[in-house]
Write a protein that binds this ligand. Structure first.
Ligand code: NAP
Length: 256
């Protein structure tokens, strides 16, 4: 059974690794090709967009994909929407691996906002020295704010309009709480802006912010397409896929 595994996350790499050992399954991992030096999953990997929902539909048919596993980032809403549409149109099953979001602990001061435009507004109202950890493309939402100073942390340099007062910090997680605390102190950060990505790899900044008494502007996740089958852990995704394959032995393409 050929499976498309939409990736770009640590969980997708873990899942590719876990499923590689399953007899009869052939996994094709897909990366968007956005960052210059991605950590590649093991096994077969393709890189680059499919050319919209229609391109994806054609690609799935041409490559005899029987099952779609969407393990993209919680904020990769376009890819998830395209995959859900292609899955419905072709009648191929799809499961979404979506790690749980973060929840505030006592001592946290979080301001939840629905999107980046609101994050830009609320953070500018909250402080003058702002750390942005929202990925490089989202920074464009802050471009019109001329008063605050922004520390923009991203893996690759942003290619969008930037606010006039900023510094770019190129870095890739995971980060330790100690390192995050030192960063907040060194730059005298007053507000942290982040997306509710969830997961352990980038959670240290939230602990550092709590310990320093710094407010966090937390961007909520985009809504999921209706009717999506979701699991929240690599283990559950692996179980779902192997169970599906077990129940549909006749649909295998003879690989493995
Ligand atoms: P997006 O807005 O949902 O997708 C935009 C377009 O990028 C899609 O329409 C598709 O192009 C292409 N694309 C996205 N993921 C792809 C994949 N796994 N394989 C092939 N094409 C893909 O996605 P995004 O938020 O820009 O994220 C891009 C990638 O970075 C994803 O793989 C995601 O898992 C990863 N990532 C995203 C974030 C984040 O905060 N958004 C954070 C960490 C990692 P076509 O329409 O041409 O098919």
């Amino acid at each position: 059974m050929r499976i498309l595994l939409l990736g770009g996350t640590g969980e997708a790499r873990e899942l590719a690794h876990a499923l590689a050992g399953e007899r009869g399954l052939e996994i094709v991992s897909s990366l968007a090709g956005r960052i210059s030096d991605p950590v590649r999953p093991g096994g077969t990997v393709r890189v680059g967009g499919f050319g919209g929902a229609e391109g994806l539909r054609n690609w799935l048919t041409d490559n005899a994909i029987e099952l779609i596993v969407d393990a993209t980032h919680p904020f990769a809403a376009t890819m998830t929407a395209h995959a859900a549409r292609a899955s419905a149109q072709l009648g191929r099953p799809m499961v979404r691996l979506n790690r749980p979001g973060w929840t505030a602990d006592p001592g946290d001061h979080w301001l939840r906002v629905p999107d980046l435009a609101a994050a830009a507004r609320v953070s500018a109202d909250t402080g003058d020295r702002i750390l942005l950890t929202i990925g490089r493309q989202g920074v464009g939402a802050f471009a019109g704010y001329t008063r605050p100073w922004y520390l923009v942390r991203a893996i690759d340099p942003p290619e969008v309009a930037l606010p006039p007062r900023h510094e770019i910090l190129l870095a890739r997680g995971p980060f330790t709480v100690e390192a995050e605390s030192a960063l907040l102190a060194r730059h005298r950060i007053e507000v942290l802006v982040t997306k509710d990505s969830g997961g352990a790899a980038t959670a240290a900044k939230l602990i550092a912010a709590r310990e320093a008494g710094i407010p966090v502007v937390m961007v909520d996740r985009p809504p999921a397409p209706p009717g999506l089958v979701e699991v929240t852990s690599v283990r559950a995704a692996r179980q779902w896929v192997t169970e599906y394959a077990r129940r549909h032995p006749d649909s295998t393409s003879g690989v493995g």
